[in-house]
Design a binder for this molecule. Structure first.
Ligand SMILES: Cc1cc2nc3c(=O)[nH]c(=O)nc-3n(C[C@H](O)[C@H](O)[C@H](O)COP(=O)(O)O)c2cc1C
Length: 146
């Protein structure tokens, strides 16, 4: 069964609600195994065992969170060759501007030659019904692509 890995940094209730929506969206797709790992604890073994990836982070000072950056620093060279073409999606949550965080992620995923299979989801402020639905759809879209 294909495995979807979610690597996330979830430091607040708003991001916890988003993570729950990820679980709900992925659960809509049968025959996909879900593995959810905090970015500070995820490593090459998690990534190499995955068939696809969903990244989630807050925007921090115009960049991805340090936690997600740590994940990239940890996996970049160990996984550079083996994960080329990996299908992935991403969500970013911020209080006012997520553009820099998203750009920083796409720069690294581009260098890794991962394949973005769903439009990125940028969330600003308290996530409401529409925002959480968009996250569910993101997770389902990435899961379906596996
Ligand atoms: C040090 C720090 C830097 C931040 N930088 C940004 C930023 O550049 N852009 C933005 O939209 N939000 C920024 N935020 C807000 C976080 O993205 C936000 O707190 C996080 O997504 C959790 O959302 P919540 O506080 O509504 O629960 C920052 C927060 C902190 C603590």
């Amino acid at each position: 069964m294909p495995r979807l890995l979610v690597v996330h940094h979830t430091p607040s209730p708003a991001l916890q609600a988003v993570l729950e929506a990820v679980r709900e969206g992925a659960a809509l797709v049968e025959e996909v195994e879900l593995a959810v790992r905090p970015a500070l604890s995820a490593g090459p073994a998690d990534l190499l065992a995955a068939d696809g990836l969903l990244l989630g982070t807050p925007a921090n000072i115009g960049y991805m969170s340090g936690a997600l950056k740590h994940f990239f620093d940890t996996v970049y060279y160990p996984c550079l060759d083996a994960t080329a073409g990996l299908p992935y999606g991403v969500y970013v949550h911020g209080n006012d501007d997520t553009a820099g965080a998203l750009t920083s992620i796409q720069r690294i995923t581009g260098a890794l030659r991962w394949r973005q299979v769903a439009a990125p989801v940028s969330l600003v402020g308290a996530p409401g019904t529409a925002e959480l639905d968009a996250v569910r759809e993101l997770a389902a879209t990435v899961a379906i692509s596996l």
